[in-house]
Design a protein around this ligand. Structure first.
Ligand SMILES: Cc1cc2nc3c(=O)[nH]c(=O)nc-3n(C[C@H](O)[C@H](O)[C@H](O)COP(=O)(O)OP(=O)(O)OC[C@H]3O[C@@H](n4cnc5c(N)ncnc54)[C@H](O)[C@@H]3O)c2cc1C
Length: 469
């Protein structure tokens, strides 16, 4: 039987393994995970007995891949949608409503006045006076929008909204990769405002369909369920075995893993590389040098999640909705906060007298913030929350989770880079890459990329079988 090795036990690698294991004539599959646990950026714990997600906490439900996988591994009955997703924006002295936008790009100029001020809102309205954008090549979304609508839009709307996904800088993030629908519209739309209005209309047609989904007890439960499902299907899962090098042999691949002084060698007919860009670049250095060089150039932002538990009776009544985002220009420590007890009914129920909330800290280029001790990060997050929402409550429990190199940065030209990586990898039959570094950082996109890598590998194995017969 053919053997496929999947390198990396995050959601992308596990999704690839699942797609292979549930397809026709499944091969022998081994997942190699370098760390002691599966899941990568999906991880969970409990704070004062209340389950919490330490990394990702929801999936996009507007596209099917993640929700389908949750159902496929038996968690369909625990699939839930947020009780509220109305986040605010901490600008100036209070939390304000986020005006309608497409990823921070305004739809209705008048509605931006509370956040941007009257003069800046006026400038947004005049965007339609400019020549049509006629975008033909990728640009930094923040710069492009600032040029047309004013820098306040980039600073106060795009930065926090995109920052929530990439922990990156709006002035460096690729428009084509980060907001592809809007980017595509700008080839033909007469203005940015016309394009956002059109997309908004499309979005309204889908009104009522939930945008996000979660799992009772935390999205991280998907990992345990996948592990059980894969194991039951005969997939071998090995943790604490980091791959360092992949090379070609006469009839397949050899992987060198484990510590340098005592390496483990494994052979495979096909390999799926499902690790972040830096380790992927290193392990592919000899096999696909062109892809390796491209991957080495993908930057990552580091961040931390500070999870806090307070008593529900101390929760300030003015703190409504699911939380808030914070523009970098506001100079606060936290860049967002999610009220988990308000967003997820299961969290409110599990919490009993306790309310759990989380705050994220750190953006690209702000690694110094993460040099602080856990206690200091908790103190700073609590201080920001006190100012923002009047949370005077005693913190009765806390957890700080650091995500060094947590989120890949899609710089201008990212999609061209990914095309080049994929073209180089396609030159090695039986090899596939997938993960957050390529065509979407969200879990749903990662699941899709894992499934696509599995298809590529399966096609190779089918071709091998045809040659043998
Ligand atoms: C704090 C945070 C919050 C987020 N929130 C959300 C959210 O709410 N919703 C959402 O959709 N997305 C969210 N994301 C993004 C999303 O979680 C990630 O992009 C996604 O989980 C990445 O999955 P992956 O499998 O591609 O990579 P990873 O999760 O990084 O997994 C890669 C795995 O490969 C392993 N590995 C690395 N090197 C080697 C090696 N040499 N050999 C073997 N194994 C190796 C790693 O240990 C890791 O387990 C969040 C990300 C972060 C950091």
């Amino acid at each position: 039987m053919n053997r496929v090795i999947v390198v990396g036990g995050g959601i992308s690698g596990l999704a690839a393994a699942h797609a292979l294991a549930t397809g026709l004539n499944p091969p022998r599959i081994t997942v190699l995970e370098g760390s002691p646990r599966l899941g990568g950026k999906l991880a969970g714990d409990a704070i004062e007995g209340v389950p919490v997600d330490l990394g990702a906490e929801s999936v996009l439900a507007r596209r099917p891949e993640a929700v389908d996988l949750i159902r496929a591994v038996g968690l369909g009955s625990d699939l839930v949608h947020p009780a509220t997703t109305s986040a605010g924006l901490w600008v100036g002295d209070r939390i304000r409503a986020i005006p309608p936008t497409v990823m921070g790009v305004p739809v209705d100029p008048a509605a931006t006045a509370d956040v941007l001020g009257d003069a800046a809102a006026e400038q947004v309205a005049h965007e339609t006076d400019l020549p049509a954008p006629a975008l033909t090549e990728d640009v930094a979304i923040g710069r492009f929008v600032a040029d047309r609508m004013g820098s306040a839009v980039t600073d106060k709307l795009i930065d926090p909204l995109l920052g929530g996904v990439y922990a990156g800088k709006a002035d460096e993030i690729s428009f084509a990769a980060a907001v592809p629908d809007l980017y595509a519209k700008l080839r033909t739309a007469p203005s940015l405002l016309a394009a956002t209005a059109e997309l908004r209309e499309l979005g309204q047609k889908r009104a009522g369909q939930p945008v996000f989904a979660g799992i009772v007890g935390g999205i991280n439960r998907l990992i345990g369920a996948l592990e059980r499902d894969l194991t039951a299907r005969g997939v071998e899962i090995r943790t604490k075995l980091a791959v360092r090098r992949i090379s070609r042999t006469a009839d397949g691949f050899e992987l060198e893993a484990g510590p340098v002084p005592a390496p483990t060698y494994l052979s495979a007919d096909a390999v799926v590389v499902a690790v972040p860009a830096a380790p992927a670049g290193r392990m592919l250095g000899e096999l696909v040098p062109a892809a390796s060089t491209e991957l080495a150039a993908v930057e990552y932002a580091s961040m931390a999640i500070v999870t806090l538990a307070v008593r529900k009776r101390d929760w300030p009544s003015e703190a409504t909705g699911s939380g808030f985002l914070v523009p970098s220009v506001e100079g606060r420590t936290i860049k967002a906060s999610t009220y988990s007890h308000a967003k997820w009914a299961w969290s409110a129920e599990a919490g009993g007298e306790l309310a759990v909330l989380r705050a994220s800290v750190g953006r690209l280029g702000e690694e110094y913030v993460l040099q602080r001790s856990d206690d200091e990060l908790v103190r700073l997050a609590a201080a920001d929350l006190r100012t923002a929402i009047g949370l005077q409550a005693e913190v009765v429990g806390s957890l700080v989770t650091r995500w060094g190199g947590g989120l890949p940065q899609y710089a201008v030209g990212h999609l061209d880079r990914v095309d080049r990586v994929e073209a180089a990898v396609a030159g090695v039959p039986g090899l596939a890459v997938c993960g957050a570094a390529y065509r979407g950082v969200g879990i749903a996109a990662c699941v899709a990329s894992g499934a696509k890598a599995a298809t590529r590998v399966r096609e190779h194995l089918n071709a091998l079988e045809t040659m043998k017969s």
